[in-house]
Ligand binder design. Structure first.
Ligand code: PEP
Ligand code: MG
Length: 591
């Protein structure tokens, strides 16, 4: 039966493919694809872990004191039986062989399938056996997670039949998202998340259709269901009828054609109708993204989210040398174009390891967005911070590098940052390691910093507005929480005022100002940002062509002349459309 699920449209286009459910488990489950030549080895890992657990259970049974109730021994028998049940073992092998899931992923996928079968059972006793199955599987998963031969790096491999796959999950941790980035998924659906949650950001950076906040999706959708993701409308259609499928295949072709047409703008200079040159920069998350930035026609990197280098490492952080190589690789790949490296923004919705924001909240019961994140975290780990600064400084010997500091809000932080930079330079001098000149910039993403922007401009060479967080903190809306996502409003007059004020003050002082939040890559906001005087936009490479198309048709003189009237309006979006005499667009798909 075909069903429709509704969520938030966060990345445009249509995806059609088979559902791959990524189960949420109490155990940390790694998800990656194994190459064909490792399939047998992976099945071997599964067998080994299962045998080890069986050994443990048998030993428990054998050593059981005589006065222990009979039921307990019987329960161990049930667990042993489940462990060897074909419905678990054979089907799990199937996921490894056919889909090339790693063993842990395969096992948790099969647990999901069986858990649903238990849920559907009439008999209450049998239904309750689901908990036993979960315990058994978790035991096996724990065994595997301590297995040193587990290969954590993702491999580029999909299904042998090449059928497109769509990822369905309750939520995806940013660390996992990075792995999926190099994989085969053609679309994403999650139960939770907001428009600027990191799942959404990565989906946009991949330029693949995604719907987040689809609430019941991971419960309603089953492994292998055929899915249509309508990334423009925020709709997921499960097992569509032939007619619906045909309609969407047609739309998919249309959007591919549109994409190809936009790509032709790649090398067109980004200049408005009235001759204003605009800088279009790229947001990247790993050195490997630099090639896409150059190919998309970016004139530099406006935001390198360095925290992704720190994720998925089980707390084993990258040292100076490893970081230096990563930064140098980006600088070299950008072929002389400037590279803005943001110091690590760990914390809040970007925990270091595989933990979703929801899990993080459950674990700590606090609001991590207001906690020790970004520069606060760096300053609390001074040795680590200096190490990162040294690595960035050394990369600056290979090209133009700028340092960007996230979440700056206090004057005391500015002093501490300058001292750390000074010491890092001194340490490099002492070690005789070369480094170049770097500009120092601040992200303006805490409202306090935007309000007193003049004070910060005295210390920094440039600023970059992180609208994702600026909106979150101005409106007190958790950017990753779908329950309040409808209130996450970039058009809110308070947000626009802070944004306009920051741009205006930076320009008045002759300092560089850019926007690197998702607003910069959403054509719905190109005109208002141009009207405010913004001439530097940083976004995912995949967004550059659409933004360029928009600004090629813009006249900044006209836009500036309507700015005051737009900002005074209660509905700036409507006022801007009216001022530009365009029909009012409803809903903004990409944001
Ligand atoms: C932002 O907050 O707008 C931003 C660009 O940083 P991040 O999304 O990584 O928090
Ligand atoms: Mg931010």
């Amino acid at each position: 039966m075909s069903i429709q699920l509704f969520g938030m449209a966060v990345s445009r286009g249509v995806a059609i493919g088979r559902a791959v459910l990524v189960a949420s488990s109490r155990v940390d489950v790694a998800h990656y694809f194994v190459p064909a030549d490792r399939v047998e080895q992976e099945i071997g890992r599964l067998r080994q872990a299962r045998d080890a657990v069986a050994g443990e259970l048998l030993a428990l049974k054998r050593d059981m004191p005589a006065d222990v109730p009979q039921e307990l021994a019987a329960l161990l028998d049930v667990h042993l039986m489940m462990l060897h049940d074909e419905a678990l073992t054979e089907a799990t092998k199937g996921w490894i062989k056919d889909r090339r899931y790693n063993a842990e992923w395969a096992l948790s996928a099969q647990l999901e399938v069986l858990a649903r079968q238990f849920d559907d059972m009439e008999d209450a006793y049998l239904r309750e056996r689901k908990a036993d199955l979960e315990q058994v599987v978790e035991r096996v998963l724990r065994h595997m997670s301590s297995d040193p031969s587990a290969q954590r790096a993702p491999a580029l491999a999909g299904r042998s039949d090449g059928e497109p796959l769509v990822l369905v999950a309750n939520d995806v941790a940013p660390a996992d998202m990075m792995q999926f980035k190099r994989s085969v998924f053609t679309g994403f659906v999650t139960d939770v998340g907001g428009r600027t949650s990191h799942t959404a950001i990565v989906a946009r950076s991949l330029d693949i259709p995604a719907v987040v906040g689809a609430r019941e999706a991971s419960r309603m959708i089953r492994q292998d269901d055929l899915l249509v993701i309508d990334g423009d409308a925020g709709v997921v259609i499960v097992n569509p009828s032939d007619i619906v499928l045909e309609e969407y295949r047609f739309r998919q072709q249309q959007s591919d054609l549109e994409r190809a047409r936009l790509n032709r703008l790649r090398h067109t200079p980004a200049v408005t109708l009235d001759g204003q040159a605009v800088e279009l920069l790229a947001n990247i998350e790993s050195p490997g993204d630099a090639a896409a930035a150059v190919a998309a026609g970016a004139v530099g990197v406006g935001l390198f989210r360095s925290e992704f280098l720190f994720m998925n490492r089980g707390g084993n952080l990258p040292g100076e040398e490893e970081q230096f190589e990563a930064y140098r690789d980006v600088v070299q790949a950008m072929q002389g174009l400037p590279v803005t490296i943001r110091t690590v923004d760990i914390g809040a919705d970007k925990p270091m390891d595989r933990m979703s924001p929801q899990e993080l909240r459950h674990e700590h019961g606090l609001n991590p967005a207001l906690g020790l994140r970004a520069i606060r975290w760096s300053l609390s780990e001074p040795g680590m911070f200096r190490q990162q600064l040294r690595a960035i400084l050394r990369a600056s010997a290979y090209g133009k590098v700028r340092i960007l500091i996230p979440m700056v809000a206090h004057a005391s932080e500015v002093v501490a940052i300058q001292e750390a930079l000074q010491r890092a330079r001194q340490q490099l001098d002492d070690a005789g390691k070369p480094y170049g000149k770097v500009e120092l910039g601040a992200m303006i993403e805490v409202p306090a910093a935007a309000v007193v922007i003049d004070r910060f401009l005295a210390f920094f060479d440039f600023v970059s507005v992180g609208t994702n967080d600026l909106i979150q903190y101005t409106l007190a809306i958790d950017r990753a929480d779908e329950a309040v996502a409808h209130l996450y409003d970039p058009w809110h007059p308070a947000v626009l005022q802070l944004l306009g004020h920051t741009i205006e003050r930076a320009r008045a002082r002759g300092k560089g100002v850019s926007v690197c939040g998702e607003m910069a890559g959403d054509p719905a906001f190109t005109e208002i940002l141009l009207a405010m005087g913004l001439r530097s936009f940083s976004m995912h490479p995949a967004r550059i062509a659409s933004i360029k198309q928009k600004l090629l048709r813009a006249d900044t003189r006209h836009l500036q002349s309507v700015l005051v009237q737009v900002l005074e309006s209660d509905r700036p979006d409507v006022a801007l459309r009216l001022a530009l005499a365009e029909p009012v667009a409803s809903g903004v798909a990409a944001h």
